[in-house]
Design a protein around this ligand. Structure first.
Ligand SMILES: Cc1ncc(COP(=O)(O)O)c(C=O)c1O
Length: 401
């Protein structure tokens, strides 16, 4: 069937492999892949298995180059400033470890930084004597983009030894779009390098990576661009040509940047090669505008029914900072004793109700993070609402406010 004739919602669900017995409203965590793109990946695996030598010795470079070309065009960047990596965790590790922090250097993160990324900064502090992590406190509610910029301005002014600011494009626990252009400008004026964690941006919001004004930008293609896991990228500004090296050294050492990054020893990077095929799917279903419009309509619906049922509200932030296909709703629960308790909620909710939603914690508040994608329909959020209300009122009644 021609993709442009497939209606978003239940009809589009048939284009994915999702288990229909389970309401799935957590696209943001891992990003399901459309069947057509999975089939392409399977074709690549068959090709690899049919002639392993041909695949690794001759075709790998050719396919990597085709994927890099498609990725660069989609992101609005030069392909000579772009490398493909497995995921944003690898991307951020790569950049941080290439920067070689020294005693006295500081790294700026914030209270909504993704935990794995916080750990990357903490590791530098733990293993390089004299390196310090500075954490900017993100206040809630946020009244304006400029209020958030002021938070970072204060952190930079108070800590003149910050060498690198690791900033999100869209935060994980709270789905807030940061005004990244304003933040990179602020850092540049102070001689501070910027690394943007754009995990949720490509495919969900309009993005021209070069125009963000960062020194480095790393993100995933496997979340919102329909590329199979694992697939992400690092973009770097012209100032860093010749300075980026992969975490793993292999045959590509001292060769071109592409050779260094496409060959990290024998491994399967067929997901990378699905980039052109996944972007074709993305375009054929209507692209950014259609995806955002569906996301916004469902967000409005889901937030209304969930907030009414729980007696709570969506995160109070300006509309310009609201992600189109993700939202966070406060849960009427007490502060957990340990952060792990919140992470367990996602598992407990799945075990008890067979539904996949994401529970998060920040600013001393527990939130339900909902995602919206083209295969979701209103019925998914009605089902989630009924189960979340039961979960809060019955299973978590000891934690209720
Ligand atoms: C903001 C943010 N950064 C980084 C990551 C890590 O992504 P990955 O596990 O694909 O490296 C995530 C994953 O959800 C995220 O939300």
């Amino acid at each position: 069937m021609d993709l442009k004739d497939v209606k978003f919602g239940d009809e589009m669900k048939d284009e994915f492999l999702l288990d229909k017995s389970c309401a799935f409203v957590n696209h943001g965590s891992y990003g399901p892949t459309p069947k057509r793109v999975v089939e392409q990946k399977v074709k690549f695996i068959y090709e690899q298995e049919a002639q392993p030598d041909l695949w690794f010795r001759f075709n790998l470079e050719k396919y990597y180059d085709a994927s890099l070309t498609a990725a660069a065009e989609f992101l609005g960047v030069n392909k000579s400033n772009l490398v493909l990596v497995d995921n944003v965790t690898t991307g951020i590790n790569t950049v941080v470890k290439c920067l070689k922090f020294e005693p006295g250097d500081q790294i700026l993160i914030h209270t909504h930084t993704y935990n794995a990324v916080k750990n990357i900064a903490d590791e530098q502090e733990d293993f390089i004597k004299g390196v310090k992590v500075v954490t900017a406190e993100i206040p809630l509610p946020i009244k304006s983009e400029d209020d958030l910029v002021d938070v970072f301005r204060k952190a930079l002014d108070e800590n003149p030894k910050i060498k690198l600011a690791v900033l999100d494009h869209i935060t994980s626990p709270s789905a807030i779009i940061f005004p990244v252009e304003k933040l990179t400008k602020l850092c540049r004026e102070r001689g501070v390098l910027t690394l943007i964690d754009g995990a949720h941006a490509p495919g969900q919001i309009k993005l021209n990576v070069a125009e963000v004004g960062a020194d480095f930008y790393s993100a995933n293609f496997h979340k919102w661009c329909y590329v199979p896991r694992s697939c992400g990228f690092i973009w770097f500004s012209d100032d860093f040509h010749g300075q980026l090296r992969p975490l793993v050294t292999s045959h590509g050492y001292k060769h071109s940047l592409d050779d260094q990054f496409n060959n990290l020893g024998t491994r399967d990077i067929s997901s990378y090669f699905c980039i052109p095929h996944a972007l074709k799917f993305y375009k054929e279903i209507g692209g950014l505008e259609a995806i955002q419009a569906h996301g916004r309509e469902l967000t409005k619906f889901a937030a209304k029914i969930l907030c009414e049922a729980l007696g709570t509200e969506e995160l109070d932030i300006p509309d310009s900072m609201r992600a189109p296909c993700m939202t966070t709703i406060r849960l009427p629960l007490k502060k957990p004793a340990k952060l792990e308790e919140i992470w367990d909620l996602t598992k407990d909710f799945y075990t008890k109700y067979g539904m996949q939603a994401c529970f998060n914690y920040c600013n001393e508040t527990t939130f339900l993070r909902l995602s919206f994608n083209v295969y979701n329909s209103k019925a998914d959020y009605v089902a989630i609402k009924e189960s979340v209300v039961k979960f809060v009122n019955e299973d978590l009644k000891h934690l209720k406010l």
